[in-house]
Design a protein around this ligand. Structure first.
Ligand SMILES: [Zn+2]
Ligand SMILES: [Zn+2]
Length: 313
């Protein structure tokens, strides 16, 4: 029996012509992100934070370049994930072995830099002195978005180390091994939430919307008519913020959903080819402030910004 296809399904049928999944290339990823953060920092109300974030991402790039290549997942792992529609290597499983070495390398890189803000020094020192057990506990809390107030300043550093390890691991995954997962709103590689979504340009990805994993930076396609949090096609709308000059922000919009009452940002490369999901999300805090006055709560956080805020469940 024939049934009428919805607009989103028609777009999805065309999946042979563009990649469903874009696995990260850590070297390019961190380089582009750091450059974008530095660019956005110019004249920005939170310029100091964005410059520090750019500095942190540069350190991620250096550490990622020295990290040993990860092994591709075994045939068993691939088959099991595919059979159950589960993420390939969930971040909730055991922490990857080298993550603490990665954190300590990141900390050493930052400790050696005189430009790192003074208030951050004690945070770097205390993390560098922490034992394996304490670091693992912190990593699990950060991954579960369950960081105590006393550890908020350390959280972006811990997440930065985890991002390196998980991106390097995801980069070793063969594209064909990435399962179709349920729900489709979580990363098919590591099971984490997207930090934002991005409308890509260039080649066969042009005009397609990808969700960008906040942890491993894998991108996976989702049609724009669907809410990136509950997959409803009923109530997706967009909201923008005005900048200080009264111009409406076009590069970053908040995609809201009247079904689950959340929002997540959509970053458009069509409006700015250098737009980068995590960086542009971080630099558009004004939009978050605006959304704070609405009925929509933020669907998931930004790993490089640890603030206490109510997130949607
Ligand atoms: Zn992921
Ligand atoms: Zn929704």
């Amino acid at each position: 029996m024939q049934r009428i296809l919805q607009p989103g399904e028609i777009e999805a049928l065309d999946h042979v012509s563009f990649p469903r999944v874009r696995l990260p290339q850590p070297a390019a990823l961190f380089q582009e992100r750091a450059a974008r953060l530095a660019q956005l920092a110019d004249g920005h109300p939170i310029a100091d934070y964005l410059r520090f974030a750019a500095r942190l991402v540069q350190a991620q790039q250096r550490v990622a370049a020295q990290a040993p290549a990860a092994q591709a997942p075994s045939a068993d792992v691939i088959e099991r994930a595919g059979a159950h529609g589960m993420p390939l290597m969930p971040a909730s499983d055991a922490l990857p072995g080298p993550w603490r070495d990665t954190l300590r390398a990141l900390l050493a890189d930052l400790q050696a830099d005189a430009a790192v803000p003074a208030p951050l020094r004690p945070v770097l020192d205390s993390l560098a002195a922490a034992g394996d057990g304490a670091l693992d506990a912190l990593a699990r809390q950060a991954l579960a978005d369950n960081i105590g107030r006393e550890d908020l300043a350390a959280a972006p550093l811990v997440m930065a180390a985890l991002q390196v390890v998980f991106a390097v691991r995801a980069a070793a995954v063969p594209e064909k091994a990435v399962p179709y997962t349920e729900p489709a709103t979580l990363c098919p590689v590591c099971g984490s939430a997207p930090v934002a979504s991005v409308l890509r340009i260039g080649g066969n990805i042009a005009g397609h919307r990808y969700l960008h994993c906040g942890l491993c930076a894998t991108e996976w396609h989702m049609v724009r008519v669907k809410c990136s949090h509950c997959e409803s096609t009923q109530g997706v709308r967009y909201q923008s913020a005005e900048d200080a000059d009264g111009r409406i922000g076009e590069v970053v919009q908040a995609e809201t959903c009247s079904q689950c009452h959340t929002y997540r940002k959509l970053v458009s490369q069509e409006k700015d080819p250098y737009a980068e999901p995590l960086a542009d999300d971080l630099a558009s805090l004004t939009l978050d402030l605006l959304m704070g006055d609405t009925a929509f709560s933020r669907a998931s956080g930004n790993p490089l910004l640890a603030i206490e805020r109510p997130l949607a469940v």
